[in-house]
Design a protein around this ligand. Sequence first.
Ligand SMILES: [Zn+2]
Length: 285
Amino acid sequence: MANDDRPVQCTFFGTTSVFVSDATAGIFTDAFLSRPPLLRVALGRIAPDRGRISQALARGHVERLDGIFVAHSHYDHALDAPEVIRQLGGTLYGSESTLNVGRGAGLGEDSLQRIADGDEHTVGDFGVRVFEGLHSPGNRYPGTIDEPLTTPARASSYRDGGCYSFHIAHPTGSVFIHPSANFVPDKFKGVQADVLYLGIGALGAQPEHFREGYWHHVVEAISPKLIIPVHWDNFMHPLTKKLRPMPAFMDRLTDTKDFLDRKSAEGGWTVRFQDPFETITPFVP
Ligand SMILES: [Zn+2]
């Protein structure tokens, strides 16, 4: 049963990491909190930073965790999820590649749940529906992770393993998390959500017709009351500092912002950026 004493809260942690909770359960997407610096990503090996992770979890008041749904197994989504589960408990939900990240970190099979297109998973009063989709254009590390992946590892070892979006339904309202800025035409037809966390990573580098298609097949299909752009921040900067955009050679956030402004003016959509560690209660009038 829904507990009215504790409304659904959504806390943002940068990239596509969002913590959704009520009195019955806590669900993370991705929970990527270490954000290793550029030099280590480019030239070295990366591993979860336990100090940064526990600090971010404390600052975001994440006390109860039931599951982490991982969008795909690139390191900026999957690196930290096993360590967060080690610290707080819960189940790792992901592709076989993501589960191999969990196995490499020492999680037991009872903490791992494979996901597939069309699945429904019940977590407390939440029902999470899984949609398989496409990575944003320019997937640098396609493929799968076929063996348990131990850390430290090269960023290139984190192959995408399949990309997923999540519809998180609650008796009081629903949240859709669409991490990667790409679309399958008509995939979300008939799917509605009150809040849409919309991946805009690399959208600034795409041609206008791509952005229009993205808007049509994702935003207009889901028809949210509130759109919160995600995956726009430079994830090689720590969460202890103010978020900043990806460098210009990778993305052009100003172009995406112009597009978002135009779309919201034309269609009456509400677009709002959420600060890291900021908590919203989207279903409370
Ligand atoms: Zn990716």
